[in-house]
Write a protein that binds this ligand. Structure first.
Ligand SMILES: C[S@@+](CC[C@H](N)C(=O)[O-])C[C@H]1O[C@@H](n2cnc3c(N)ncnc32)[C@H](O)[C@@H]1O
Length: 265
């Protein structure tokens, strides 16, 4: 992950605050952390060790901060950051099976997760990022299900003025003490391989040379499935008949329909 000392950073959806705490070792100009849970819930799940460390460093921490709900942002200063980071975003767990059934019946979980990420990007650029600052948004995610089914590099910023800039490998060793948390559980995710995806307001940013260009983009690949290269037509045909591809095309169609509905509102 690219972190520069002169940047003012906001973290969103931190689990136990271990990521924000580890960010301090990069000595950013300013750091503000936020957590979806309340302090009581966070303490109950993980303990308040990292919160106390951040507090001792005078790092502001916002609790019950829902990136989709401006009413939960409290006194967070508007347009004050250069970079907003959301590590391994995922919908919060449902409180009950009936709640899950209710939600997933109307809108697929895939679409709901894409909505969360898209809303994060839009709110970050409209409310959190300083228009005169660096204007960068990072999402770190994994190339395994369900994350790989969100078409992160292509689908989230459709029909916005936000530009996807590229990616870098996420090296957890650069963040001492960081434990990637599962939603709603006190366990941490062992497979820590991730990729940090980067968005900006302009097509080129001064960090662009450090980023890997969008992957799986030309005719030799299936962009949405992140599959290929297909060197023979038979391979492409076989892929397009596969369960994985058909499922992905369904997700893409649902997402485009959702965007159409949003635009009509
Ligand atoms: C897989 S966990 C990762 C937690 C943490 N970022 C980490 O890397 O350990 C997904 C996180 O997204 C947060 N989240 C989900 N929906 C959110 C929302 N609307 N606003 C802010 N955070 C959210 C959850 O609370 C959860 O902490």
């Amino acid at each position: 992950m690219i972190i520069k000392k002169e940047w003012r950073i906001l973290t969103v959806g931190d689990g136990d605050l271990s990521f924000s705490n580890a960010l301090l070792s990069h000595q950013p100009k300013a750091l503000t952390a936020s957590v979806y849970d309340s302090l009581a819930t966070l303490s109950g799940k993980y303990g308040d060790h990292f919160y106390r460390q951040l507090a001792a460093n005078n790092t502001p921490v916002f609790f019950e901060f829902d990136v989709t709900k401006p009413a939960s942002w409290g006194a967070l200063p508007k347009h004050s950051f250069d970079l907003v980071i959301f590590q391994f975003p995922l919908l919060p767990a449902f409180r009950s099976f009936s709640e899950y059934q209710e939600q997933a019946q109307e809108i697929s979980l895939n679409t709901l997760n894409r909505r969360l990420l898209r809303t994060f990007l839009i709110n970050a650029f409209n409310h959190f990022l300083d228009p005169d600052g660096q204007q960068l948004c990072f999402i770190t995610s994994k190339d395994v299900k369900p994350y790989r089914e969100w078409n992160i590099e292509n689908a989230l910023h459709l029909q916005t003025d936000i530009s996807y800039l590229g990616s870098v490998n996420f090296e957890i060793a650069d963040f001492p003490g960081y434990k990637i948390r599962n939603v709603e559980r006190d366990k941490f995710v062992r497979d820590t391989r991730g990729t940090t995806y980067v968005w900006g307001k302009t097509k080129h940013h001064e960090i662009s040379p450090e980023l890997q260009s969008p992957l799986y983009q030309d005719n030799h690949f299936c962009t949405a499935c992140r599959a290929g290269p297909f060197t023979r037509e038979e391979d492409r045909m076989e892929h397009s008949q596969s369960k994985r591809h058909k499922q992905m095309m369904e997700f893409e169609a649902l997402w485009l329909e959702d965007l159409r509905h949003l635009a009509e509102k």
